[in-house]
Design a protein around this ligand. Structure first.
Ligand SMILES: *Cc1c(COP(=O)(O)O)cnc(C)c1O
Length: 227
C-alpha cells in the first residue's frame, strides 16, 4: 500500500473513532512519528498535507529538521526521553516537547529559551506503569511537577502525554491518563492537551479524550532497523 493510502486509511479511522465518541475529528491532531525513517519521508508526508511530525531522538530530530529546512506550518514534536545537555538542541528544532518528566529537564528547556524566542509548548509525560524505570513522572508526583513547570517562564504547559503499558488494557490506562490530565488542569486550566494513542491503540485513546495522537508504523509502514 502507498503512503498516501495508509495516511488516508488512518485518518478515516481517526474520524470514525471520534464520531463514535461524540467528538469532532477536527479537534484531534494527528502527529506522524517518522523516527528511523529518512528525511525524505517527511518531505513526502509534507506534500500529502502532514504538518505535525514526531521524533524520539535529539540527534535525529536536529539532523532531519536541518535537512528539511523551514517549511510553512511544519511542526516537529519531540516525544523521546530528553537529556538536560540536549535541551538547547531540542529547543532549537522542536515546536513541542511531549516528554518533560522531571523538574531538571523543565529547567534545562526553560534556560535554553532566549528572550526573543516564543514560549515552548511542553507536555508532562506520565508513567502509567508500576515500573519506575520507564519514562514519565509517577502519578503521585504529577501535581508537584505541574506546579514547577507552570513557574517556568519560557515554557507553556500544554497538558499530559503517556504510552499505554504493555500489560494493561489501553482503554483502562487512558482513563487513568484522563484523570492525570484533570490534575494538570487544576494547576493550569489552559493545559488541555492529552497526547496518547499509537498505532495499536489510538481508537481507545480517542475514546478517552486524546487531543494529540502519535502514530508511526500504521502510516509510515515498518520502521527500518536502527542501532
Ligand atoms: C515510536 C513511538 C510512537 C509511534 O509508535 P507506532 O506504534 O509506530 O505508532 C508513539 N509514541 C512514542 C513515544 C514513540 O516512541
Amino acid at each position: 500500500m502507498e503512503l498516501e493510502d495508509r495516511l488516508a486509511g488512518v485518518d478515516a479511522r481517526i474520524a470514525d473513532a471520534a464520531r463514535a465518541a461524540g467528538r469532532d475529528p477536527q479537534e484531534i491532531t494527528r502527529i506522524v512519528v517518522t523516527k528511523f525513517h529518512p528525511a525524505r519521508l517527511v518531505e513526502d508526508l509534507y506534500r500529502l498535507g502532514v504538518r505535525d511530525v514526531g521524533e524520539n531522538r535529539q540527534q535525529e530530530l536536529s539532523e532531519k529538521s536541518l535537512t528539511i529546512g523551514d517549511r510553512e506550518g511544519l511542526r516537529w514534536h519531540f516525544i523521546g526521553q530528553a537529556q538536560t545537555n540536549k535541551a538547547k538542541a531540542i529547543r532549537a528544532a522542536a515546536a513541542a516537547v511531549h516528554s518533560v518528566d522531571r523538574p531538571k529537564i523543565a529547567d534545562a528547556l526553560d534556560a535554553a529559551g532566549g528572550s526573543d524566542d516564543p514560549p515552548l509548548d511542553v507536555l508532562l509525560q506520565v508513567n502509567l506503569t508500576a515500573d519506575p524505570g520507564r519514562g514519565g513522572v509517577a502519578e503521585r508526583e504529577l501535581e508537584g511537577l505541574a506546579t514547577h513547570v507552570a513557574g517556568c517562564r519560557t515554557l507553556r504547559m500544554r497538558g499530559v502525554m503517556a504510552v499505554a503499558p504493555l500489560d494493561e488494557d489501553p482503554a483502562a490506562a487512558f482513563e487513568r491518563l484522563a484523570a492525570c490530565a484533570a490534575v494538570v488542569r487544576s494547576v493550569d486550566p489552559a493545559a488541555t492537551w492529552i497526547s496518547a494513542g499509537m498505532t495499536a491503540d489510538f481508537p481507545q485513546a480517542i475514546a478517552a479524550g486524546a487531543t494529540h495522537l502519535r502514530i508511526g508504523s500504521a502510516i509510515t509502514g515498518q520502521r527500518p532497523p536502527h542501532g
